[in-house]
Design a protein around this ligand. Structure first.
Ligand code: URA
Length: 373
């Protein structure tokens, strides 16, 4: 006699037994899919050997003595995690201020690269044990939150660069997707930084090391900046994309000549004069991370770029008055541009890739409720 579903197989089986059988079948299909993916990947790679070391340059000679190396703020270490296995395929590191924004970006990238996620699973914050930053891995893309200011992004960059070094990563590209205060540009505009300047308009990141001032170049990769600009489609995009110099400050209020901070020892006139003078020198925006981001990626010979969303025109005011609905809609704009770049590069490097290849990358997404990383 057939069972409830009408088939002879489940005749007489209890719901519990059926459930167990379904689970076993699902597991079987999943593990076969994984094996198939590995086979296809091996066939594609042929006899290509995994790289012996990362392409990152200029790193500390002390790193090889760190056994294990503890990436304290990311809550990871080389003793309990196989970095080459988990992060060896990383090619793009996208960074932004908040954890929520970077999680949303991770889902966007997953869609862009046609990666699939079991509906019962969510992406996992791999840096959760560190209680500082959020880090999501979607195939070859890391989406990481960096907090506010140079000290915060600098700590993260030290640990991310070490992570990619231990993982033997090849030619990763770093992109900061941030927000900024525009100088003479409309809120909602996307700004690509051509140069990251300090408050004195010099292209340096200043650090005091052993009681001495050390200056590191904060030049950005011009080719990458122009390439990102070329991906804007002015007649299709609902936003403007521009390129210009960025001033990086250590303070949101007085450092960016605001009148609305708790303290202010200057006038509205001197503020306007200052903004006009930097505008005349090609500066289009303020942020708080660009010099550290550019300097640390430069030191490791990593190509990097900054794509920001302007959330206020400082020529017109200091407070962020755009409604939250607008801000959350605009948040997608720099992401659109960066996703186009990643997609283009991803297809280029994998030459004859198609959707099947993206599916293979799926096991390297780090998922909640799933053992796959
Ligand atoms: N980020 C900044 O650094 N300044 C602004 O005005 C807005 C965002």
């Amino acid at each position: 006699m057939p069972g409830n579903c009408g088939c002879n197989t489940c005749a007489g089986a209890s719901p519990c037994e059926l459930n167990r059988d379904v689970c076993q079948l699902k597991e079987l299909v999943r593990s076969q899919g994984k094996q198939l993916g590995q086979l296809v990947r091996h066939m594609k790679m042929g006899c290509k050997k995994p790289p012996k070391e990362s392409t990152l340059k200029g790193l500390s000679p002390c790193l090889k003595c760190l056994q294990p190396d503890v990436l304290y703020h990311l809550g990871m270490d080389t003793a309990t995690m196989d970095f080459p296995k988990v992060f060896g395929d990383v090619r793009f590191v996208c960074m932004g201020g908040t954890a929520e924004r970077m999680e949303r970006f991770a889902y966007k990238i997953m869609k862009e690269l046609s990666l699939k996620l079991n509906p019962a699973t969510t992406l996992r914050n791999m840096a959760e044990p560190g209680h500082r930053y959020a880090l999501y891995k979607v195939g070859p893309v890391l989406c990481v939150s960096h907090g506010m200011g140079c000290p915060s992004i600098s700590i993260l960059l030290h640990e991310l660069i070490k992570m990619l070094h231990h993982a033997k990563c090849q030619d990763p590209v770093f992109i900061r997707i941030g927000t900024c205060g525009g100088i003479g540009i409309e809120p909602g505009t996307v700004v690509i930084s051509s140069e990251a300047l300090d408050g004195m308009l010099n292209p340096y990141y200043e650090l005091i090391v052993q009681g001495k001032v050390v200056l590191y170049s904060s030049k950005l990769d011009q080719c990458l900046a122009n390439e990102l600009l070329s991906l804007a489609i002015p007649c299709e995009d609902e936003f403007c994309t521009i390129i210009g110099k960025t001033i990086c400050t250590n303070d949101f209020y007085e450092g960016q000549t605001r009148l609305d901070g708790a303290f202010c020892d200057y006038t509205n006139q001197s503020k306007t004069a200052y903004l006009q003078s930097v505008q005349c020198q090609g500066v289009v925006n303020f942020d708080m991370e660009s010099t550290a981001f550019a300097a640390l990626t430069n030191r490791a010979s990593i190509r990097s770029a900054i794509v920001s969303l302007c959330i206020v025109n400082r020529m017109e005011g200091d407070q962020i008055l755009s409604p939250p609905e607008c801000l959350s809609e605009w948040e997608k704009r720099p992401q659109v541009l960066v996703a186009r770049y990643i997609r283009k590069e991803f297809l280029k490097r994998d030459d004859d890739s198609d959707t099947e290849v993206y599916d293979e990358v799926c096991p390297s997404a780090c998922l909640e409720g799933d053992k796959a990383i």
